[in-house]
Design a protein. Structure first.
Lengths: 331, 269
């Protein structure tokens, strides 16, 4: 087992490394420092050499770059094979991915090929000095409970949840080109093949970046009624979100879903309207600084995690709230 | 098309969080006595995806489930929804097994069943939610895997699949055989029909024991079991609970306005 932490970094087109990849580098480099390990960043894509440089600037000791047109479309089979080849040579002790669309694809399969299982969607990864192990904490039972794994055998594979770690900042201004190892990519099987990508971004503030989020649950009842929440969100210069039932019912697009299999948000203000507070949802919003709950059921679990609450009919409460907020903000 | 759908019997994952408590050992949970057993919701979505293919072309759907003492009423719901056959990998040894073991024996069951074109699984299952059984099965069967999908359609000799992304979806073309994991974005799973329920009551599932699967695997020159699962974790409750300040008032409208004032006073607005 080599003394390396391998970090799979992702990029967002022209914008360089994703925010999650920077958080991953922050986490991985801190772990490496405590354990006296070296960090190797892995960057796959087309015309992504600058991302390899960025990873070095953020603290990685070396970078392995696979830069080829074959990698411009998503090809999980090819990527797992490349990773397997790299791991065969480098024999890393720990392999980290972001818990992203791509991380969810790659981590389980690479783990199986390295004869282990991945710890998925970790909310924390730390060194446990007392027990001489690495501690991985991840949500189970819908997020209502955390499972804490103390791992002391290798290799270890994990995905890190967005917002779980502090991002690395690009500190080194002129990383050494010699620290980038470029590897060749040979075409493998072409299937499955991505033929088309459809973006469905909501206009306005991005849910994951919003300082204020107004989230509606099953009690909202319709697409039209969600408009009332959008109105409040707009006034607060924030974004609207939803639990799973409104998405399942088709009242709002799926990409507004906040929760275990949706977006993870951490706004200053989170207003939960007509939602009961299922674990799967709460795990997506529990990092909000202030949580406000409006629900006509006084026993709804959401009130146990909220800082402010009103028991009552949202249809009467929200318009009055909106009106007063408008006055206060000098609309 | 020959489709295998893997379903897991679980405790209803949609109960309120405060009804699940960690036990005194710190490594298990205490569930309320009245918690119902259901098919893992994402696995129902996987079955729905299979049924939609069957709606559009000739297909046979075999539902496969692994576990200990599986409740017939629960797993037979898949027959009632429209699946053609139910196969259970059922054995005392399969009680609460880890992801590796599950993927290994499900793959062994698939091989024992003979040919298949498509395997569908839910994207993740209660209570561990790790999403590794589908990809693990694909590894054991040496077939490609398309994870977290919202649509699966026949297209020529292969499939056209819509894979969910954070900011939309992508269209993937693939040949058969392939394994796909299905997400709730596929749409609501259909209810069983009365006819379906009646038919399901009379049908008995095919049972594979662990020993039978091991024999079949050995005969096929398959990979040995004995891959390392993770050590069992300790469980903790996330520190989420807060003191809620309730805004009381004569009318809900007044409460709404008072809430705004309170948030403003606290400099949250």
């Amino acid at each position: 087992m080599s003394k390396t932490i391998l970090i799979y970094c992702e990029s967002k087109e022209e914008a360089g490394l994703t925010a999650l990849s920077r958080e991953l580098l922050g986490c991985g480099c801190r772990l490496a420092k405590s354990l006296n390990l070296r960090v190797t960043a892995v960057v796959f894509g087309h015309q992504v050499r600058k991302c390899a440089r960025e990873a070095l600037a953020c603290g990685a000791d070396t970078a392995i770059l696979a830069d080829d047109e074959l990698l411009s479309a998503w090809k999980p089979e090819l990527q797992v094979s490349l990773l397997e080849e790299i791991c065969g040579r480098a024999d890393p002790a720990v392999i980290l991915f972001g818990h992203s669309d791509r991380g969810r694809d790659l981590a389980p399969r690479l783990a199986f090929r390295r004869n282990t299982l991945a710890c998925m969607d970790c909310v924390n990864i730390r060194v446990d000095e007392k027990n001489s192990c690495l501690e991985y904490t991840r949500p189970v039972y819908g997020g209502g409970i955390y499972a804490v794994y103390c791992l002391s055998t290798f290799p270890q594979v994990a995905t890190l949840r967005k917002g779980a770690a502090e991002a690395a900042a690009a500190e080194i201004t002129a990383p050494e080109e010699a620290s980038i190892e470029e590897i060749a990519v040979t075409a493998g099987s072409e299937a499955p093949r991505t033929v088309h990508r459809e973006r469905e971004e909501e206009t306005g503030v991005r849910l994951e970046d919003a300082a204020a989020v107004v989230c509606g649950g099953r009690g909202i009842g319709s697409t039209e009624d969600f408009q009332k929440l959008r109105d409040v969100a707009g006034l607060l210069k924030g974004a609207v979100g939803a639990t799973r039932p409104p998405c399942d019912e088709g009242w709002v697009p799926d990409l507004l879903q906040i929760g275990l299999t949706g977006k993870i948000v951490s706004p200053n203000l989170y207003i939960a309207v007509a939602l009961s507070g299922a674990s799967q949802h709460i795990t997506g919003c529990s990092k909000a600084r202030t949580i406000v709950a409006i629900n006509k059921d006084p026993d709804a679990y959401i009130f146990k995690i909220a800082h402010y609450g009103i028991v009552g009919d949202w249809r009467k409460i929200i318009p009055a709230f909106r009106q007063r907020v408008g006055e206060l903000l000098g609309e | 098309m020959n489709i295998i759908v893997c379903v897991k019997q679980v405790f209803d994952p949609e109960i309120s969080p405060d009804r699940i408590r960690i036990d005194t050992t710190g490594s298990g949970v205490v569930l309320p006595a009245d918690i119902p057993e259901v098919i893992n919701p994402y696995d129902e979505h996987a079955l729905e995806a299979a049924l939609r293919i069957k709606d559009s072309m000739e297909a046979k759907i075999t539902v496969l489930s692994l576990g200990k003492n599986l409740t017939r009423k629960v797993v037979k719901k898949s027959l009632a929804m429209g699946a053609d056959e139910l196969v259970l990998a059922e054995d005392d040894a399969f009680g609460g097994v880890d992801t590796f073991t599950t993927a290994f024996y499900l793959a062994a069951a698939v091989r024992k069943l003979g040919g298949f074109d498509l395997i569908l699984c839910g994207r993740q299952a209660a209570p561990w939610d790790s999403g590794q059984v589908g990809p693990g099965m694909a590894e054991f069967l040496s077939i490609p895997c398309v994870a977290v999908c919202r649509k699966v359609e026949a297209a020529g000799a292969g499939l056209r699949i819509e894979k969910c992304l954070d900011d939309g979806y992508e269209v993937v073309e693939t040949a058969l055989p392939v394994l796909a994991t299905i997400s709730s974005e596929v749409g609501k799973a259909r209810y069983p029909t009365l006819r379906g329920i009646r038919m399901a009551t009379g049908r008995e599932p095919v049972i594979f024991t662990r020993a039978e699967l091991e024999t079949a695997e050995a005969a096929a020159g398959g990979r040995e079991e004995g891959l390392r699962p993770l050590p069992p974790p300790s469980l903790i409750h996330p520190q989420l609970e807060a003191e809620c300040e309730f805004i009381d008032s004569d009318s809900p409208e007044e409460a709404g306005a008072l809430l705004a004032d309170r948030l403003r006073a606290k400099k949250i607005l």
